[in-house]
Design a protein. Structure first.
Length: 245
C-alpha cells in the first residue's frame, strides 16, 4: 500500500466533494433556512420580544460565507472514514473498476449513516424546535446513527465470515438481520419531542433538498475516490529489483 498516495487521494476527494456540497447548499438549502428564520423572527416580534434585524442579517451572511469552508472540513473528515472502509471492503465490492466500487460503497454508507437515521429523526431548519431540547434531540440522532453504523459493520463482518460456502444464504440472512435491528430501533427509540410549527410544505421541501444534496455529496465522493484510485493505484507496490551481479 502506498500510504502517502492513499492519504492524499482520500483527503482530496473529501475536500472536493465537501466544497461542492457547500456550494450546492447555498443554492438549494439556504433559501429554505432563510424562510424558516424569517418565520421565527416574525413570531418573536409578534410575541412582543425585540429583534435586531441587522444582527440577524449579519449573522446569516457570516453563516453562509462559512458554509463552504465547513463543507470542505466535513468532506475531509468523512472521506477519512470512507477511505478506511474502502480499503477493507474493496475486494468484496462488486464493480469492474474502482470508480464503480467507490460509488457502490458510497451508496451503502449514504444509506447507513445518513438516510436511515434521517428517516427516524429527519432534519429540521435551524430555527425550528425548542432550544432547550437541542442536546436531547442530538443525542437521539447520534444514538440512531450509532445503531445503524455498528449494525452495518457487524453484518458486514458476518457476511465475510460466512464466506463462499454460504454465498446464497448470506445474501438473505445478512440484510434481514440489519432490517430487523433497525426496525426494532425505530420502535424502541422515542420520537422527536418538539412540535413543528412551520409550514409542512417548507419543512418537507427542506428535508428533500437536504437529502438530495447529501446524496450528491456521497456520490461525488465515491466517484472521485474511485477515479483517483484507478489513476494512482495506491494498493499496488513496486516489485523489488533483482540484482544482476
Amino acid at each position: 500500500m502506498k500510504t502517502i498516495a492513499f492519504i492524499l487521494i482520500t483527503l482530496v476527494s473529501g475536500a472536493i466533494a465537501g466544497t461542492i456540497l457547500g456550494l450546492i447548499n447555498q443554492l438549494l438549502v439556504e433559501p429554505y433556512i432563510d424562510q424558516a428564520i424569517a418565520i421565527e423572527v416574525q413570531n418573536t416580534i409578534a410575541s412582543g420580544e425585540p429583534v435586531d434585524q441587522d444582527e440577524v442579517v449579519q449573522y446569516r451572511l457570516w453563516q453562509k460565507g462559512g458554509e463552504i469552508v465547513a463543507g470542505t472540513i466535513l468532506g475531509t473528515s468523512i472521506s477519512a472514514l470512507f477511505g478506511i472502509v474502502y480499503i477493507y471492503s474493496r475486494d468484496s465490492l462488486p464493480g469492474s473498476n474502482n470508480k464503480k466500487k467507490g460509488l457502490i460503497l458510497a451508496g451503502i454508507m449514504f444509506l447507513v449513516i445518513f438516510l436511515i437515521p434521517a428517516l427516524k429523526y429527519p432534519a429540521n431548519p435551524p430555527a425550528v424546535g425548542d432550544p432547550e431540547t437541542i442536546e436531547y434531540r442530538e443525542s437521539l440522532y447520534i444514538g440512531m446513527l450509532v445503531i445503524s453504523g455498528f449494525t452495518a459493520l457487524g453484518v458486514a463482518l458476518l457476511y465475510r465470515r460466512l464466506g463462499q460456502t454460504r454465498k446464497e444464504s448470506r445474501k438473505i440472512i445478512v440484510p434481514t438481520i440489519y432490517v430487523v435491528i433497525i426496525a426494532l430501533a425505530f420502535v424502541v427509540l422515542p420520537a422527536n419531542p418538539d412540535e413543528i410549527r412551520i409550514s409542512s410544505d417548507l419543512l418537507m421541501n427542506f428535508r428533500i433538498v437536504t437529502t438530495i444534496t447529501m446524496g450528491i455529496f456521497w456520490g461525488v465522493l465515491g466517484i472521485l475516490l474511485g477515479s483517483f484510485w484507478d489513476a494512482v493505484k495506491p494498493h499496488e507496490t513496486r516489485a523489488p529489483k533483482l540484482s544482476t551481479v
